[in-house]
Design a protein around this ligand. Structure first.
Ligand SMILES: *Cc1c(COP(=O)(O)O)cnc(C)c1O
Length: 221
């Protein structure tokens, strides 16, 4: 199937209110252009420099989402154009992103990444850190960030019950922060990838990040 056919199939399967982030990491700009021509506008990348070079090359009304682990010394390369950063997984990233957004006279949407997987290799805040941050004065002082929601990745496993319990745990933290009422734009729950997005949606996700089901398997040489 072509990229356009995959987009038609997947986007028609998503309930209303669920945003599709087309994860184009490692894929050539021509693949993104094909998805763009179909009508897709939101793309996700996990390497800042790769995203920046694609931004240069491609139409300027694309909404770029950084979904990967952020190296703070590279934030300056994306601050001029990135729309949403899903991988805010430590305070240093939030502070540096706020500083660079300010330099560019921009407001950047951020998702707090929460560690829900039982894997040491995954990044993210604990539930307690998220709640403490939401209660902090610092959270309100980051004037060039819009704290827009949470992002999480489930454990890489076939155990559907485990994935479901991790997604449900994230949804509960999300609801708790919504109920605190401290962030006016807090309305995004980013969870679900090619293999688990339907389950994620059933657990309340309203933003799915789908790569291989749209663009085909990635080839990391
Ligand atoms: C690569 C990646 C995805 C997409 O994964 P697929 O399984 O190809 O859909 C989603 N989220 C993050 C954070 C990723 O790094």
């Amino acid at each position: 199937m072509s990229i356009a056919e995959n987009l038609t199939e997947i986007s028609s399967s998503l309930p209303q209110g669920v945003t599709l982030v087309a994860v184009s990491k490692t894929k050539p700009a021509s693949d993104i252009q094909e998805a763009y021509d179909w009508g897709q506008r939101v793309f996700g990348e996990n390497k800042i420099q790769e995203m920046a070079s694609k931004y240069e090359e491609l139409p300027k009304d694309i909404e770029w989402h950084m979904i990967g682990h952020v190296q703070t010394n590279k934030i300056k390369y994306m601050a001029p154009f990135v729309d949403m950063v899903h991988g805010c997984d430590r305070f240093k990233v939030l502070r540096e992103l706020n500083k660079e957004a300010q330099k560019n006279h921009r407001v950047i949407s951020c998702l707090l990444q929460v560690q829900i997987a039982k894997e040491e290799t995954k990044f993210g805040f604990s539930k307690e850190e998220v709640i403490d941050f939401a209660n902090s004065e610092e959270a309100q002082s980051l004037n060039n960030l819009k704290i827009s929601g949470l992002m999480g990745m489930a454990t890489f496993t076939d155990d559907q019950d485990q994935i479901q319990s991790e997604f449900t745990a994230l949804q509960e933290i999300y609801k708790e922060v919504v109920d605190m009422g401290v962030f006016p734009d807090f309305s995004t729950l980013s969870m679900g990838m090619s293999g688990d997005y339907e389950l994620a949606i059933s657990c309340g996700s309203n933003m799915v990040r789908i790569g291989s089901s749209l663009f085909g398997a990635r080839n990391y040489k």
